[in-house]
Ligand binder design. Structure first.
Ligand code: 7PJ
Length: 287
């Protein structure tokens, strides 16, 4: 029988981090910084669009902004580290004083170092600081928070044959091992955020099982991040094949995540998610 607390406040509060308020779920807006090669000065074109999108998300209630320049979708064009830095750095610099912490979604130590120096406060690494051997030291030498995400295999092939004996136990053990590696490298436990990596080397039954076991990822006192926005999890449950039309389902999944104890919800549709969360929080406060 799965634990369904319906009261995430019954879970142990995560350790204090960057003055954040863990008494409610935080909303992390996803900003994809795409190719800027036609703009010239780095602040018009795609970088300008990314900056405007981030500001609109903050106005809509985003607590954090996650900036990424490398697509991990199978078949996506590879991005060099230099290109990744070229795309991200002007955006991080322009948003450094935007009022909310900036997260950078990258697997590359050089990108991490450049963006942290420019004011980013969170490193979000889908490889849990494993893909680049220098990443652990870069994060350890900073004061940044780090999101450790689980994936099985590498993005290009990970959906071909995902396999687990016990998906929850294996994902949790992996994240605990990576957290221990971070702590051994000098990263304080309060800076570590765990993420089961929905859709990353997981079948639909694996994803559902993880979504039903979210409270277990809170047991060690780490904060929990959940990314389900527009993913195939929603497509499988609804039949909706177009990611851009999966917004209502994404909001429902985010709300489920919040009720199951996720501390940070990584979403594309900040305004809709914030509205749904405010209704839930208002009703919970009245109960
Ligand atoms: C995730 C991510 C996620 C974290 C992506 C997408 C694919 N980082 N980056 N967790 N997903 N921490 O957004 O559909 O679930 S890229």
């Amino acid at each position: 029988m799965t634990l369904l607390p319906n009261r995430p406040e019954a879970l142990p509060m995560p350790r204090p981090l960057l003055g954040w308020d863990w008494s409610r779920p935080l909303v992390m807006g996803i900003v994809n910084v795409t190719d800027d090669s036609f703009s010239g000065d780095g602040l018009k074109g795609e970088a300008g669009a990314a900056i405007a999108q981030a500001r609109a998300m903050i106005a809509a209630g985003a607590d954090l902004i996650d900036l990424g320049a490398e697509s991990t979708r199978p078949g996506a064009a590879p991005v060099s580290v230099a290109q990744e830095i070229d795309r991200l750095l002007p955006v991080v610099q322009a948003l450094a004083d935007c009022g909310v912490p900036l997260s950078v979604d990258t697997r590359h130590a050089a990108t991490m170092a450049a963006c942290l120096a420019a004011g980013a406060q969170i490193i979000n690494d889908i490889s849990a600081l494993e893909d680049d051997p220098a990443a652990l030291a870069v994060v350890a030498e900073s004061q940044a928070a780090v999101v450790l995400m689980h994936k099985q295999g590498q993005p290009a092939s990970m959906q071909q044959a995902p396999r687990y004996d016990d998906v929850v136990a294996e994902v949790l053990a992996y994240l605990q091992t990576r957290a221990a590696a971070c702590i051994a490298a000098g990263i304080a436990p309060e800076r570590i955020i765990l993420d089961p990596g929905i859709g990353f080397g997981k079948t639909q039954p694996h994803n559902i099982t993880l979504m039903q076991a979210l409270p277990r990822f809170r047991a060690d006192g780490y904060a929990l991040l959940l990314g389900v926005s527009r993913k195939s999890l929603i497509g499988h449950l609804t039949g909706e094949t177009q990611p851009s039309l999966r917004i209502p389902g994404s909001v429902a999944a985010a709300l489920w995540g919040a009720v199951q104890g996720a501390n940070i919800l990584r979403v594309h549709d900040v305004d809709k998610t914030v509205q749904a969360l405010r209704v839930w929080q208002g009703l919970a406060a009245m109960a």
